[in-house]
Design a protein around this ligand. Structure first.
Ligand SMILES: [Zn+2]
Length: 263
């Protein structure tokens, strides 16, 4: 027990940790500002898969709060529609993902932040999304429009970059983001990455309380003999794998401590 207490106190008096934390906050802030500014006057394209990817929920939360113009091509919409149509089980992983995509599109369309380009009232079952998407994006940047594209598809990225090179277009007009570029949004939201399982989550807190035994109990100016000097240890645990993320402690005097305990 004394060892535990000693470790707790040596952790809480570590000065360099504080400086490192301040620097990390500053970096995070800079990253946020750069990311935020990149959306100014840009037209936004989002790969269909991203609408279906649960990890990007944090991105859509972010986009809700800023002024944006998302374009969904009718071919992309059709692609999602086809997935939905061909998914037999509504509650399968795929079924849920594709319903989530429609929920997001509906939500952003309702907020006037999303347009589906050229969507007919009837559906077309034979489509090739990527060539149309590349053409649309290249046309816009050729007209000197700023475009942001979210994708996890390397093939798409490579083809886009190749088109920019071939057509000698200013590369700064197109920003391609993937999950690694938005991961930091979790930190802004207060979610942290577990060093063990690498998941982003809100940790849960466990509190332990016990008397600080090495202090003589009655050296305090309290009339109540039942009291004790108490250490309260707060432990943050990963909500997914229960890995211990942090530990901090406070101490105080509880005049009724032994009255509540079975000693
Ligand atoms: Zn974990």
């Amino acid at each position: 027990m004394i060892d535990i207490i000693r470790n707790i106190f040596s952790d809480s008096t570590n000065e360099t940790t504080k400086v490192e934390e301040d620097n990390a906050d500053e970096n995070l802030n800079r990253k946020k500002v750069t990311f935020f500014n990149s959306f100014k006057d840009s037209i936004l394209f989002i790969d269909s898969n991203i609408f279906m990817d649960k990890r990007f929920g944090i991105l859509f939360e972010f986009l809700e709060d800023i002024d944006i113009n998302i374009i969904v091509l009718k071919e992309q919409y059709q692609e999602l529609y086809n997935i939905k149509k061909n998914t037999t089980y509504r509650n399968s992983k795929k079924g849920k993902s594709v319903r989530n995509a429609f929920r997001i599109i509906d939500h952003f369309q309702e907020m006037n932040k999303l347009t589906i380009k050229g969507l007919d009232i009837e559906s077309d079952l034979s489509i090739h999304v990527n060539p149309v998407l590349i053409k649309e994006i290249i046309n816009l940047v050729t007209e000197s429009k700023k475009v942001i594209f979210f994708t996890e598809d390397f093939d798409l990225k490579i083809r886009l970059r190749e088109q920019l090179n071939q057509k000698n277009i200013n590369k700064n007009l197109l920003i391609v983001y993937s999950y690694k570029d938005i991961e930091f949004l979790h930190q802004i939201k207060g979610e942290i990455q577990c060093p063990n399982c690498k998941q982003y989550m809100v940790p849960y807190i466990e509190v332990e309380e016990y008397p600080k035994e090495e202090e003589p109990i009655l050296s305090y100016d309290f009339s109540d003999d039942y009291g004790a000097h108490i250490i309260k240890v707060t432990i943050q645990l990963c909500s997914k794998c229960h890995h211990e993320i942090s530990r901090s402690s406070t101490s105080y005097y509880d005049p009724d401590y032994y009255r509540h305990q079975e000693y």
